[in-house]
Design a protein around this ligand. Structure first.
Ligand code: ATP
Length: 872
C-alpha cells in the first residue's frame, strides 16, 4: 500500500496488470473477487424494533392507553382489547410506513446516484460508481465525483476539491509526478499524484488508475464515523406535529372539564369517566400523520413518473409555492441540438456549406473548429458537447474526418472549457509548428486578440475590424444564433500553455449555430405566467442571442429587461433587489451571479427554483429553495447539490412538477381538513350530550373505528385526487402561511358543526325509542357514514360538478369499502358484540342514510352560495 503513492505512470500500469486499454470483463470479475465491490459501509439505520417502539412516543398514544386502562377498570374488557389492538395496529402501520417511505426515498436516490466513466477494453463507458473495480482506468472531468482512490496517470490541469476528506475547500492540482517523500511525510492534500474517493473535480481532465475501492478507500476508512444525512421532517410535518402537541393538551383540558361537569351533575363516576374518554378518543386524529406521509410519498412517485426525481421530501411542499423559476437556456429551454448555420470571416458572411477550402483562412477556420474540440461523431453515435458536435458535423460537410485530423495534428496539451472563462484552447502539432487554437465567446476573445487574419495576411487588429466583427456578431445573435469566435497563434514556448497564454491571439472568424427552442417551452412559459410564476432565463450565452430566444418563447415580454452578468456586478444588494422584478434575461452570467440573483429574489420574499448543471452551480443550487439539476447534461456534483433532478432536462417538466407540488400540498391540506372536521363533529356531539345531561353518545371503540378505519379511506382518496386545471390559475401559495390558518379553522368548525348536528339528531331520535343502545348505534352509524360521504366535500375547494364527482375512482371505492366495514360491524355477530351495537329497524337505517347525506348537500350548497356572492 505504502508504495502506491510513488508509482510512476508506467509502473502503475504494470503493477495493476492493466494497459492503457483498461480492463476486460474477465479482469473486472477477477478484481471484484480479489478486492471487493466499490461500496461504502452503510451508516447504521434504526432497526424495525426501534422504529416500532418509537411509535409509542406520541403523547396521543398515551392518552389512548390511559383510556384502555380506565375501560379495563370499568370491566369493559372488550373495549379495552379493541383500544389496545388499535394502538398496536397503529404502531405496526406507522412502522410499515416508515420503512416503506425510507425504501422509496432510497430507490429514488438510487435513480440519481453517481455514475463513473471508465476506460474498458479501449472504450469509454459510463457505469454506476458502485461497479468500479481496482485496476479500472477512471476518466475524470470537471463536475465528476472521484468514485474510488487511485493513482493519477494523466492530468490535463486536473484540479480536485478534497474538502470532504480534508476540510480544505481550495482545490488541489493533481499531476502524474511521483513524490519523493514517503507517505507519512505528506498530508492527503499534498499527495498530488493520487485522487481520492469522495472528492470532486473542479477543473480540467484526467485519468486515474484505481488502487482502492469501497471500504479500502481513505473515505471508506472514516465512513463508519460519518452520520448519513438524515432526511429532515418537512415544514408541514413539523407544523402538524406542533399542532398535535397543542391538541393533546387541549384534549386533556376539555376532557377534564367534561369529567368535572358530569360529576357535578351527579352522574356516577364510571359514566363521567366514559364521557371523558369518549371525548379524548373523538378528538385525537389518529390517522393524521400516517396520511400525510402516505400522500407525500405517493406524490414523489408521481413526480418520478413525470421525470422529476425528488431527492429531498420537503421540496415536494416547497414546489407548490415556487414563485420564480430561474432556468438555464441551453438544453433546458432549447433542444441542445446545434447545427452550424453561418460563418463570418474576412468581412464576409457565408452559409454553412459555403466555405472555399482552397483558401488558407477558411481551411484554418475549419481545422481549428475540429482540433479545438473533444466531440466525436461515429456511425450515427455522437459523444460530447452539442456545441462541439455541431462543429464536427460542419467538418463532415467538407469530408474532414475529426479523428483523422486529430491524428495528423496531435494534441500536445489543452486548456479545457470553463463556463467562467468562456474559452477553450488546445495546443496541436501542425507540421513542424506548435499552434495554440482557441475558441469561445467573442467578447472574451476580443480582449485576448491582438491580430486578425484577412486572406493570407495577419495584421494588427484595428477599430474597423473590431466594429465589423461586433456588428456581425450582433446580427447573428439577433437571429437567436449562438456565436463562437475562433483564434490561434503559434506557440514556440516549451511546455504546456497556461491560462495566461490565451493571449496575443489572431482572430480567424465566427461560427454561428442554431439551437431551436424546445417545442413545449413556449406553452410551459405561458403556463408559468398564468400561474403567477415569473420565468427568468439565466445563461452563459450572449445577451442578444439569449434575448432573441427568450422573446420567441415568451420569457422576454414588453417592458422586461435583459442584462449581462457584468452589469449586476456593479450593483449593491439593495440595488439588485430593486431591479430583479423587471429583469427576465441574464446573459453572460457566471455561477457567482446566480447566487446573488437567487438571494435578491429570496430577500423579496419569493420562493426560487434554480436550474444548474455545472460543478460551479452547486452553491447556487444549494441556496435556491428548489435546486434543480439536469439528469442528462448535469454533472454529478450538481445532482448531489440539488433537491430535484430532471431526467429529461426539460423546462416544461419543472412547470409540471410545480403543478404536481401544488396539487399534492392542496390534497394534503384537504385530507387534514377532512380528518379534523370529522373529529370536530365527534367532539361537538359528545360535548353537546354532556351539556344536555344526556348519557355518552358513543363508546370509545366507535370513535376509534371511525377515526382509524372508515376515516382513513376517504383521506387517502383525497390525497390521490388528480390535479385540477384551476390549480395553475391561482398565484403561488405563500410559503410562510401556516396550513392551519384562521379560514381553515373556520371551515373545519362549520363543517364539523353540520356533521355534529346530524349525528346529534340521530342520537336524539334513537333516545326517543327509549333504548340507549339503539341511540348509540344510530349516532355511531350516522357519524361514520356522514364522515365517509363528507369525503366528497373535501376533495376540492370549488363545488363538485358531476364530472368531478366521478373523476376520482378512489373516492368512490373509499365510500364503498367504508359502508361495507360499517355494515360488518352492524350485522356480523362477534363484531356486534365487540362494538356493543344494538339492532336497528329498516326505518332507522333509512333515517341514518338520509341524515348522513345532509352534510354533503349542505356543504355543497354553501360552496355554491359562496361562489354566487363572492364570499371568500
Ligand atoms: P446555459 O448557461 O444556458 O446552459 P450556455 O451553454 O451558453 O448557456 P455556457 O456553457 O456557460 O453557457 O457557455 C458560455 C459561453 O461560452 C457560450 O456562450 C459560448 O460563447 C462559450 N462556449 C460554450 N461552449 C463552449 C466550448 N465547448 N468551447 C468554447 N467556448 C464555449
Amino acid at each position: 500500500m505504502e508504495k502506491q503513492y510513488k508509482w510512476s505512470r508506467e509502473e502503475a500500469y504494470e503493477r495493476m496488470g492493466t494497459a492503457e486499454r483498461g480492463l476486460d470483463p474477465g479482469e473486472v470479475e477477477g478484481s471484484r473477487n480479489a478486492h471487493g465491490a466499490n461500496r461504502l459501509p452503510e451508516a447504521k439505520r434504526p432497526s424495525v424494533a426501534v422504529v416500532f417502539l418509537s411509535q409509542f412516543k406520541d403523547f396521543l398514544v398515551w392518552i389512548l392507553l390511559v383510556a384502555a386502562g380506565i375501560s379495563a377498570a370499568m370491566g369493559k374488557m372488550e373495549s379495552t382489547l379493541v383500544i389496545v389492538a388499535v394502538v398496536i395496529l397503529n404502531a405496526v402501520l406507522g412502522t410499515v410506513q416508515h420503512v416503506k417511505a425510507e425504501k422509496s426515498i432510497q430507490s429514488l436516490k438510487a435513480l440519481s446516484s453517481p455514475n463513473a466513466k471508465v476506460l474498458r477494453e479501449g472504450l469509454k463507458q459510463e457505469i454506476p460508481s458502485a461497479e468500479v473495480v481496482v485496476g479500472d482506468l477512471l476518466l475524470l472531468e470537471a463536475g465528476d465525483f472521484v468514485g474510488a482512490d487511485g493513482r493519477v496517470v494523466e492530468s490535463n490541469s486536473l484540479q480536485v476539491n478534497e474538502s470532504a476528506l480534508t476540510g480544505e475547500s481550495v482545490s488541489v492540482e493533481k499531476s502524474v509526478e511521483a513524490l519523493d517523500g514517503g507517505r507519512e511525510e505528506v498530508s492527503l492534500g499534498d499527495r498530488v499524484n493520487m485522487a481520492f474517493s469522495g472528492s470532486h473535480v473542479t477543473y480540467g481532465r484526467g485519468m486515474v488508475l484505481v488502487t482502492g475501492v469501497g471500504e479500502k478507500t481513505e473515505i471508506g476508512k472514516i465512513a463508519l464515523l460519518l452520520e448519513q444525512a438524515k432526511e429532515k421532517e418537512t415544514p408541514l410535518q413539523r407544523n402538524l406535529d406542533a399542532f398535535g402537541k397543542k391538541l393533546a393538551f387541549l384534549i386533556l383540558l376539555i376532557s377534564g372539564l367534561v369529567f368535572g361537569l358530569s360529576l357535578y351533575r351527579g352522574n356516577p363516576l364510571m359514566d363521567a369517566l366514559l364521557f371523558a374518554i369518549s371525548l379524548a378518543v373523538a378528538a385525537i386524529p389518529e390517522a393524521l400523520s400516517s396520511i400525510v406521509t402516505i400522500v407525500l410519498s405517493l406524490g414523489t412517485r408521481k413526480l418520478a413518473q413525470e421525470n422529476a426525481i425528488v431527492r429531498k421530501l420537503h421540496s415536494v411542499e416547497s414546489l407548490g409555492s415556487v414563485s420564480v423559476i430561474c432556468s438555464d437556456k441551453t438544453g433546458t429551454l432549447t433542444q441542445n441540438k446545434m447545427t452550424v448555420q453561418k460563418l463570418y470571416f474576412d468581412g464576409r458572411m457565408v452559409e454553412a456549406g459555403g466555405l472555399d477550402l482552397a483558401r488558407e483562412l477558411e481551411r484554418k477556420l475549419l481545422l481549428s473548429s475540429i482540433l479545438c474540440n473533444d466531440a466525436v461523431s461515429d456511425e450515427g453515435k455522437q459523444i460530447g458537447d452539442p456545441t462541439e458536435i455541431a462543429l464536427v458535423h460542419l467538418g463532415d460537410l467538407y469530408g474532414m474526418d475529426e479523428l483523422e485530423a486529430r491524428k495528423r495534428h496531435v494534441r500536445l496539451a489543452e486548456l479545457p472549457f470553463d463556463s467562467d472563462r468562456k474559452l477553450m484552447s488546445t495546443l496541436n502539432q501542425v507540421d513542424d509548428r506548435r499552434v495554440l487554437f482557441t475558441k469561445g465567446a467573442l467578447d472574451v476573445m476580443l480582449q485576448r486578440a491582438t491580430h486578425v487574419q484577412v486572406r493570407e495576411r495577419i495584421r494588427p487588429i484595428g477599430p474597423d475590424d473590431l466594429r465589423a466583427m461586433e456588428e456581425a456578431n450582433h446580427s447573428l445573435s439577433d437571429q437567436g444564433l449562438r456565436v463562437l469566435a475562433f483564434a490561434c497563434r503559434e506557440f514556440p514556448e516549451q511546455g504546456a500553455p497556461a491560462l495566461e497564454d490565451e493571449d496575443g491571439l489572431t482572430l480567424l472568424g465566427l461560427v454561428a449555430m442554431m439551437d431551436p427552442p424546445r417545442l413545449e417551452s413556449a406553452q410551459a412559459v405561458a403556463d408559468c405566467v398564468r400561474a403567477g410564476i415569473k420565468p427568468v432565463m439565466i445563461t452563459g450565452d450572449h445577451k442578444v442571442t439569449a434575448s432573441a430566444i427568450a422573446r420567441q418563447i415568451g420569457i422576454l415580454r414588453e417592458g422586461d429587461k435583459a442584462v449581462e452578468g457584468a452589469e449586476i456586478e456593479h450593483l449593491t444588494d439593495q440595488e439588485l433587489r430593486e431591479r430583479v422584478p423587471e429583469i427576465s434575461v441574464y446573459a453572460r452570467v457566471s455561477p457567482e451571479h446566480k447566487i446573488r440573483i437567487v438571494q435578491a429574489w429570496q430577500d423579496l420574499g419569493h420562493v426560487v427554483a434554480m436550474t444548474g448543471d455545472g460543478v460551479n452551480d452547486a452553491p447556487a443550487l444549494k441556496r435556491a429553495d428548489i435546486g434543480i439539476a439536469m439528469g442528462i447534461a448535469g454533472t454529478e456534483v450538481a445532482k448531489d447539490a440539488a433537491s430535484m433532478v430532471l431526467m429529461d432536462d426539460n423546462f416544461s417538466t419543472i412547470v409540471k412538477a410545480i403543478g404536481n407540488g401544488r396539487s399534492i400540498y392542496g390534497n394534503i391540506k384537504n385530507a387534514v381538513k377532512f380528518l379534523l372536521s370529522g373529529n370536530t363533529a365527534g367532539i361537538l356531539t359528545v360535548l353537546a350530550a354532556s351539556l344536555a345531561g344526556l348519557p355518552a353518545p358513543f363508546a370509545p371503540v366507535h370513535l376509534l373505528f371511525i377515526n382509524l378505519l372508515t376515516d382513513s379511506l376517504p383521506a387517502i382518496a383525497i390525497g390521490l385526487e388528480p390535479a385540477h386545471g384551476h390549480l395553475m390559475e391561482a398565484p403561488p401559495r405563500d410559503a410562510k402561511k401556516p396550513i392551519l390558518d384562521r379560514a381553515f379553522g373556520m371551515e373545519v368548525l362549520l363543517e364539523g358543526l353540520v356533521i355534529g348536528a346530524v349525528t346529534l339528531a340521530a342520537y336524539g331520535v334513537g333516545l326517543s325509542t327509549g333504548s340507549h343502545g339503539v341511540a348509540m348505534t344510530m349516532a355511531f352509524a350516522t357519524l361514520s357514514l356522514s364522515r365517509l360521504v363528507h369525503g366528497f366535500n373535501c376533495r376540492m375547494d370549488p363545488p363538485l360538478g358531476l364530472r368531478q364527482f366521478f373523476g376520482n375512482a378512489y373516492s368512490l371505492l373509499a365510500v364503498g369499502l367504508g359502508v361495507l366495514l360499517l355494515l360488518g360491524v352492524l350485522q356480523v355477530g362477534f363484531l356486534r358484540r365487540m362494538f356493543e351495537v344494538a339492532d336497528l329497524s329498516g326505518g332507522q337505517y333509512l333515517l341514518v342514510a338520509g341524515l348522513s347525506l345532509l352534510p354533503l348537500l349542505v356543504v355543497q350548497a354553501g360552496k355554491r352560495l359562496r361562489n354566487l356572492f363572492g364570499w371568500s
